[in-house]
Design a binder for this molecule. Structure first.
Ligand code: AMP
Ligand code: MG
Length: 320
């Protein structure tokens, strides 16, 4: 059966929450990308998320909460993590924290680790849904494992529409790249994934942050840091000089070199927030068999550019 198309009306959000409480898997909008949600405290719902995505079981899931206060029932918080949560929640920041012994989140969602990943999203539809579901909701991005993340309900429908109970449509995702994942379970803060909250903002509030992030192509240092990810069907080329025959280009800032078969702008004015919001939809739009590949103009490695370049490097990495 195809997924039910739900709107962001309060009646539809109540229906989506009912499905979640029943253990069904549904897609819903957040400010980063669309999530594939299931009751994080229900082993069967969590297993169904892994199955729908075809996600390897060693890659843990982020649990989403309606309010920051709920984190204290799930994880061990210290002054540092409480401060970061106060400063950045709700928002595009995921915290990896040590699980409480009585944490009700399915061990499957933690992939066997003694930590949980928690986020309080800011999107009003996500907030209303999480409040109505009244439990932590595990939600990875609503795409098949390894593919491009969805920033619109249509993206979810085209990839997972036959595998999930419903899709809540909340329009285009405003930030467009996933949350920043910050590991606060150890002595020193560790950046596991650059994302919607910039490293500069985190450093300003926390001091220096370690980065175990390996180069694309090198073995991952933490679960889920797979080198190949976010991958279109076409090959992606990052250090572009001249156009190759039949190639399309993702443009940023100035004009691209001549000769590309099609130009799609991430941001004509060189605005990183605009580029992040356009990134995944632009990659999808250019991922067509009539092009030979996708070239990408350079994006500065600062602010949201860090997250954009991280996704592009993984999209360009050799496929397993
Ligand atoms: P996704 O929700 O698919 O966009 O990705 C979730 C990210 O959070 C992945 O990179 C996971 O590896 C990471 N993650 C989730 N839980 C944990 C955890 N307990 N420890 C380390 N990383 C985690
Ligand atoms: Mg993902």
């Amino acid at each position: 059966m195809p997924a039910r198309a739900l709107s962001s009306s309060s009646a539809d959000i109540a229906e989506a929450a009912r499905l979640l409480r029943r253990g069904e898997v549904i897609a819903f909008p957040t400010e980063t990308v669309y999530g594939l949600g299931g009751d994080a405290t229900n082993d069967r719902a969590v297993a169904a998320i892994f199955a729908a995505k075809g996600r390897p079981r060693f890659n843990p899931l982020i649990s989403h909460l309606a309010a920051p206060e709920a984190a204290a029932d799930l994880a061990l918080l210290d002054e540092r993590s409480r401060g970061v949560a106060r400063r950045f929640w709700p928002g595009p920041l995921t915290l990896v924290l040590r699980r409480r012994a009585d944490c009700p989140i399915s061990l499957l969602a933690s992939a066997g680790l003694d930590t949980v990943a928690l986020r309080v999203p800011a999107h009003p539809v996500a907030q209303a849904l999480l409040a109505a579901a009244d439990r932590p909701i595990a939600a990875p991005s609503a795409n098949r494992s390894g593919r491009i993340s969805p920033t619109a309900a249509e993206h979810v429908a085209s990839e997972l529409g036959d595998r999930i109970a419903a899709i809540v449509d909340g329009g285009a995702a405003a930030i467009g790249v996933e949350s920043t994942v910050l590991d606060l379970s150890g002595e020193r803060p560790l950046l596991l994934r650059p994302g919607g909250v910039t490293v500069e903002a985190l450093t300003a509030s926390l001091g220096p942050i370690d980065e175990p992030r390996s180069e694309a192509g090198v073995a991952p240092r933490a679960p889920g840091m797979l080198a190949s990810h976010y991958a279109p069907n076409l090959p992606l080329r990052l250090e572009i000089g001249e156009a190759l025959p039949g190639e399309a280009v993702l443009a940023f800032g100035g004009d691209p070199p001549p000769g590309f078969a099609e130009i799609r702008w991430l941001s004509r004015s060189g605005d990183l927030a605009e580029a992040a919001a356009n990134l995944f939809a632009a990659l999808r739009a250019l991922d067509r068999p009539d092009f030979s590949g996708i070239a990408v103009m350079p994006i500065p490695e600062r602010g949201l550019g860090r997250a954009i370049n991280d996704r592009l490097r993984r999209a360009a990495a050799p496929r397993p």
